[in-house]
Design a protein around this ligand. Structure first.
Ligand code: ZN
Ligand code: ZN
Length: 102
């Protein structure tokens, strides 16, 4: 079983690791300060200088469809994320107790 999106029934291809939230490509929150493009140059405080558009806003990285990227804390997995089911848990506990019996 694959884990479903937190907002719809699609398979979740994104996983937010700090909070264990799963989302499909459509519902993953997009846009984050960690995706801001920079010029590769530093200002006098040693901070990277961001690239600005004509209105003076920071420019963020986009994917091949021109969409903003999710925060870097979202992990992408093309095949979705497997649900942790009871069988897996039993198998895991068996292996674990075998290791500890030695
Ligand atoms: Zn969704
Ligand atoms: Zn971020």
């Amino acid at each position: 079983m694959k884990i479903k999106c937190y907002r719809c029934n699609s398979i979740a291809v994104w996983c937010y690791s700090p909070g264990d939230v799963y989302a499909c490509d459509e519902h993953v929150p997009r846009g984050c300060s960690c995706n801001i493009k920079d010029t590769g140059e530093l200002d006098e405080d040693g901070n990277l200088i961001p690239i600005l558009d004509e209105e003076g806003n920071c420019v963020e990285e986009t994917d091949e469809h021109g969409r903003l990227l999710p925060c870097c804390e979202w992990d992408y997995n093309l095949y979705g994320h497997d649900e942790f089911d009871e069988d897996d848990y039993d198998r895991f506990m068996e292996q674990y107790s075998e290791l500890n019996d030695e």
